[in-house]
Write a protein that binds this ligand. Structure first.
Ligand code: EPU
Length: 423
C-alpha cells in the first residue's frame, strides 16, 4: 500500500488546474443508463471512484471507451439490474443505480451500503421518494429489491436534505408519467450539473440548484451528439486554496467557479486570506496571521461538510479559538485525533470542535480515515515543521486526481512511496 511523505514548511505559489467534480461525475455516469445509446462525457476526473462506477456500468452490461477527456459510454444494452455488494461496499455512490435502473428496467437489486467512517448514512429518503413515484421495495439478505410497473409523477418532500437521495429520485422522475415536484431537495451544484446533463438528454427539469425542483416526465431520453463537460470540482479547488492559505502562499485554481465556492471563500476571507477571482479562476493568498472563525456545515449554499476537515487544519494554526460545528454527518471529526498527533489543540464535544490555535504543528505519521480527512492531514503536513507520513492513501485516490503532481507544481515537497519502504 502507498503512503505519502510531505516535507512541510514551504509556502506554495502557483496555479493548479481543477479536475471535473467527483460528486457530479458519479451520478452523471450512472444517469447514462436512462438514455439508451452512446454518451460522450468530457472533463471526467481520473479517480478510483470513477473507475469503480465504470466497473458497475460494465456489470450492468454497458461498455465504455476513450480517455477521461472524451469518455464514451454505450448504454444501448442493460442486461442486468443488480449493483452487487462488492462494488457498493467500495463505493457508496453505487446506490445511485437504484433510480436509473428502476426507470430503465422496471426492477433493481442494489446492495445496502451500510455505514462508513463518517456516519450511519441511511438511504430511507431515497426509498421514500422512489415509493412516491410508484416503486415498491423489499429488503432481504442485505439487498434492496425494487420494482415498478409504471413510474408516475408525484409531489414529494424530503425529510432531510440529501444529495444522492435527491439525485436518485430525480433520475427516475425524468421518465415518470406526469409531473413530479421535489421539495426540500438538495441544491448542491453537483445536483444542478446532473439536472443539466439530464436536460441535455431531453428531460424537462426546472428549479435545479434550488430547494424545489419540478420535473415534467418524458417518455424517452436520447444522448446528444456533443460531449457533456462535467462541472469543475469545488471541493478539490477549495482544498488547494486552503493549501495556499495554510502555508502563507498564493495559489490560483484554474477552472474554479467562485459562485459555487462562495461559502468557502467567505470563510477563507474571514480567516485572513485575500481572495480574488475572475472568469474561471479563483485565487487565495495569505500574508498576515490566520484569524479564528466560527463555521457551521450546512446543505448548499451553506458551508460544505466536504471542506470542514480542511478548514479545521487551517484553523488549528489560527490566532485564537475557532468553533466548527458539523451538522451534516454525526461522525466527521476523525481527522482531529490525527491532527492532535501533529500538535493541534482541538476539543470535540458531540458535533462541535473547539479549535485552540497553536503557532506551529510538527510532522508525524498519521492515518487517513476518509477522503476529506486525508486532505486535512496533507494540508496540516504542508504547514508543519518536518516530515509527515500519511498512511492509507486509498481514500485520497478516490477523490483527488494527480495530487502529488498538482502540489509539486506549486512548490510542495510531496512524494508517494510504497508503505514499508523508507523511500
Ligand atoms: N440521510 C438520511 N437518509 C437518507 C439520506 C441521507 O438520513 O436517505 C442523512 C445522512 O445520514 C446525512 C445527511 O442526510 O446525515 C446528508 O447526507 P447526504 O445524503 O446528502 O449525503 P450523500 O448523498 O450520501 C453526498 C456526497 C458526500 C457529501 C454529502 C453531503 C456524493 C457521491 N457524496 O453524500 O461526499 O459529503 O453528499 O454534501 O455525492 C465526499 O465527497 O467526500 C463525500 C462524502
Amino acid at each position: 500500500m502507498d503512503k505519502l511523505i510531505i516535507e512541510g514548511g514551504t509556502p506554495l505559489h502557483g496555479t493548479v488546474p481543477v479536475q471535473g467534480a467527483k460528486n457530479a461525475a458519479l451520478p452523471i455516469l450512472i444517469a447514462t443508463i436512462v438514455a439508451p445509446g452512446e454518451h460522450r462525457l468530457g472533463n471526467v476526473p481520473d479517480l478510483v471512484d470513477v473507475s469503480s462506477t465504470l466497473s458497475l456500468l460494465g456489470r450492468l452490461g454497458c461498455s465504455s471507451r476513450g480517455d477521461f477527456s472524451d469518455l464514451r459510454i454505450d448504454t444501448s444494452r442493460v442486461a442486468h439490474s443488480e449493483a452487487p455488494y462488492d462494488l457498493v461496499r467500495k463505493m457508496r455512490a453505487s446506490v445511485l443505480a437504484l433510480g436509473p435502473l428502476l426507470a430503465r428496467c422496471g426492477s433493481a437489486r442494489v446492495s445496502l451500503p451500510g455505514g462508513c467512517a463518517i456516519g450511519v448514512r441511511p438511504i430511507d429518503q431515497h426509498l421514500k421518494g422512489l415509493e412516491a413515484l410508484g416503486c415498491q421495495f423489499e429488503l432481504s439478505g442485505g439487498y434492496v429489491n425494487g420494482r415498478v410497473d409504471k413510474l408516475r409523477g408525484a409531489e414529494f418532500t424530503f425529510d432531510v436534505v440529501t444529495v444522492t437521495g435527491t439525485e436518485n429520485v430525480l433520475m427516475a422522475a425524468v421518465l415518470a408519467e406526469g409531473t413530479t415536484v421535489l421539495d426540500n431537495a438538495a441544491a448542491e451544484p453537483e445536483v444542478e450539473d446532473l439536472a443539466n446533463f439530464l436536460n441535455s438528454l431531453g428531460a424537462k427539469i426546472s428549479g435545479a440548484g434550488t430547494r424545489r425542483m419540478v420535473i415534467e416526465g418524458v417518455s424517452s431520453l436520447r444522448p446528444p451528439e456533443s460531449a457533456y463537460p462535467i462541472l469543475a470540482d469545488r471541493i478539490e479547488a477549495g482544498t488547494y486554496l486552503v493549501a495556499g492559505a495554510i502555508t502563507g502562499g498564493d495559489v490560483r485554481c484554474d477552472g474554479a467557479d467562485a459562485v459555487a465556492l462562495a461559502p468557502v471563500l467567505t470563510a477563507l476571507s474571514a480567516a485572513g486570506c485575500t481572495i480574488t477571482d475572475g472568469p474561471g479562476w479563483v485565487r487565495c493568498a495569505r500574508t498576515g496571521p490566520i484569524r479564528a472563525i466560527d463555521i457551521e456545515t450546512r446543505p448548499h449554499p451553506g458551508f460544505p461538510t466536504d471542506m470542514q476537515a480542511q478548514l479545521v487544519a487551517l484553523l488549528a494554526l489560527a490566532e485564537g479559538t475557532s468553533h466548527v460545528r458539523e451538522t451534516i454527518f454525526e461522525n466527521r471529526f476523525m481527522h482531529v485525533a490525527e491532527l492532535h498527533r501533529m500538535g493541534a489543540r482541538i476539543d470535540v464535544d458531540g458535533n462541535l470542535a473547539t479549535v485552540h490555535g497553536v503557532s506551529q504543528m510538527e510532522g508525524a505519521t498519521v492515518m487517513a480515515t476518509d477522503l476529506r480527512a486525508s486532505a486535512s492531514l496533507i494540508l496540516a503536513g504542508l504547514a508543519a515543521r518536518g516530515s509527515t507520513e500519511l498512511l492509507r492513501l486509498y481514500h485520497l485516490d478516490r477523490g483527488y486526481e494527480k495530487l502529488e503532481a498538482k502540489l509539486g507544481g506549486i512548490g510542495a515537497r510531496v512524494r508517494r512511496v510504497a508503505e514499508g519502504r523508507g523511500d
